[in-house]
Design a protein around this ligand. Structure first.
Ligand SMILES: [Zn+2]
Ligand SMILES: [Zn+2]
Length: 145
């Protein structure tokens, strides 16, 4: 999906996945399509309600889970279980520092190669759309040793 996707395009995407185009689903997808950014549920809720005050805020989390199940949105858990949500516009991955929680985003090239290798070796079609790996960032690794 493109940045600032139109409602008509969102309806079409939902239909493609066999999902009903409810106003909550449209609203969540539209807000998430505006900029490639991972947002917390609280942030999302307030953005959705500002624009669509008629939407029941209690439905937003469930909406995200449904959209995730259908591969439209992805989540990223930060260290203290704060979850960030984003539209899955393209496969990408994250490295999160377990110490300072800084997040690095990187594209799919490396894992694309790894997935190909795993398929060759084990015959498994690996689905790697959004991996979140933990480790120590360069700064924290320096002070850790
Ligand atoms: Zn992501
Ligand atoms: Zn760090």
């Amino acid at each position: 999906m493109d940045v600032a996707t139109s409602v008509a395009a969102i309806r079409a995407v939902l239909r493609q996945r066999g999902l009903q185009a409810t106003s909550a689903r449209i609203a969540v997808l539209q807000i998430l399509s505006e900029g490639h950014r991972h947002r917390s549920v609280d942030e999302l809720r307030s953005d959705v309600l500002t624009r669509y005050p008629a939407i029941d805020p209690a439905t937003i989390y469930r909406t995200l889970e449904t959209l995730e199940l259908h591969g439209l949105v992805v989540r990223m858990e930060l260290g203290d279980k704060r979850t960030r949500w984003a539209l899955l516009t393209h496969d990408h991955h994250h490295l999160i520092c377990r110490n300072c929680e800084s997040v690095v985003e990187f594209d799919d090239e490396l894992f694309h190669r790894l997935a190909g290798e795993l398929t060759r070796r084990y015959g498994v079609q690996v689905e790697m759309h959004h991996l979140v790996l933990r480790g120590l960032c360069a700064t924290c690794a320096l002070t850790d040793s």
